[in-house]
Design a binder for this molecule. Structure first.
Ligand SMILES: *Cc1c(COP(=O)(O)O)cnc(C)c1O
Length: 351
């Protein structure tokens, strides 16, 4: 332990991002990136913006990007906040809306950044156990808490809840903010955006990282009541006003306006997901019903760690966690058809 570290970080166990290998060519099915390139319109906009104007700070309010999002979602720009990836927006939201006295609640098996944020920001948390089928324990997220965080669809299970369930959470927790993390919403589930007008405690967070093939650009956004948006702005402007750079703002805006390209790649991912589910089931895997760009699967005769290592030895990266409830499971991102055929072939070799 370095003696110069503050007390605040001494006991923190930070989030571990999925591996980004540099040494050899792997088929990367471990970080839920999109296997297709970004929208050509987004790349053209970024190239166009890579010039003299980089001398200047970006627009801290991301005005054009916010109008692109607002227009698509039929919101007004004052209901939209943009940030450096949705991870940053989540970090701002935990600071803006949760107090140390009351527990923040979320499902026990979910995005592993949430417990890191509660620790780091000095918040209490209550992680509620999953239902036996890994669906979200919705009743346990209702009432008696200081805030709710729900990934919908959930990660790493891929299971989504319907809007009736989101509405139930909003009604059962009227005095606290309910964050719905929709990183994977474009792969088949229903967005809670349409509830924003009726629920001032709803914050919906989305990202260009998964369904718009721009994980490297780092752009996410929150949508909610203008009062919540102002809370996020208050945190941001107390840390760093310029979190979304010029290239990111124009690239993300162009990607969001390129609806046709977006529809075509998300459709391809969903088709490949259906093929992958069938292929895995034929090999004896149990596969949870996924509405995301990954599947969560286990094999009755092979442990998760064993499968992880066996696939890695054959050049395929997937994700596995040493957590008791899910240690037999693998999270497998949906790649191209060729990637998934290679996965199927590799599995045939050792199961
Ligand atoms: C990938 C992911 C994010 C982070 O997305 P960025 O916008 O790339 O920061 C947030 N929440 C969940 C559940 C994710 O899986």
């Amino acid at each position: 332990m370095n003696p110069y570290w503050s007390r605040r970080i001494r006991d923190i166990v930070p989030y571990t991002p999925g591996e980004q290998p540099k040494d050899r060519q792997f088929i990367k099915l471990n970080t839920n990136e999109c296997p297709y390139p970004p929208s050509p319109a987004a790349l053209a906009a970024i190239k166009q913006a890579a010039g003299d104007s980089l001398r200047l700070y970006p627009d801290p309010e991301c005005a054009d990007l916010r109008s692109a999002i607002a227009e698509r979602e039929r919101l007004s720009p004052d209901q939209v906040f943009c940030g450096n990836g949705s991870d940053e927006i989540l970090a701002f939201a935990f600071q803006a809306f949760f107090d140390p006295e009351r527990e923040v609640v979320f499902p026990r098996i979910t995005y592993s950044f949430y417990p890191v944020y509660t620790d780091f920001f000095g918040l209490k948390r209550r992680e509620v156990p999953m239902n036996p089928d890994f669906s979200d324990p919705v009743d346990l997220l209702c009432g008696n808490n200081g805030g709710v965080v729900l990934a919908n669809p959930n990660a790493p299970t891929g299971i989504a809840v319907g809007l009736d369930t989101v509405e139930k959470l909003l009604q059962a927790n009227p005095d606290v903010v309910v964050i719905v993390d929709e990183a994977y919403i474009d792969f088949g589930a229903d967005s809670a955006v349409e509830l924003i007008g009726r629920y001032p405690n709803l914050l919906v967070i989305q990202t260009t990282s998964k369904s718009r093939a721009l994980a490297g650009l780092r752009v996410g956004w929150a949508m909610g009541n203008p009062g919540l948006i102002d809370g996020l702005r208050c945190v941001r402007d107390s840390i760093n006003s310029y979190t979304v750079d010029r290239l990111a703002q124009v690239g993300a805006a162009a990607a969001i306006r390129d609806e046709g390209y977006f529809q075509s790649i998300r459709r391809r991912v969903m088709d490949t997901r259906a093929w992958t589910e069938r292929a895995l089931k034929e090999k004896g895997f149990t596969v949870l019903p996924s509405q995301a760009n990954f599947v969560f699967a286990r094999h009755p005769a092979r442990g998760g760690r064993e499968l992880l290592d066996g696939l890695r030895a054959r050049g395929i990266l997937v994700r596995w966690w040493p957590i008791p409830e899910i240690e037999h499971w693998l999270r497998i991102s949906i790649g191209t058809d060729e990637d998934m055929a290679a996965l199927a072939a590799a599995l045939d070799k050792f199961i």
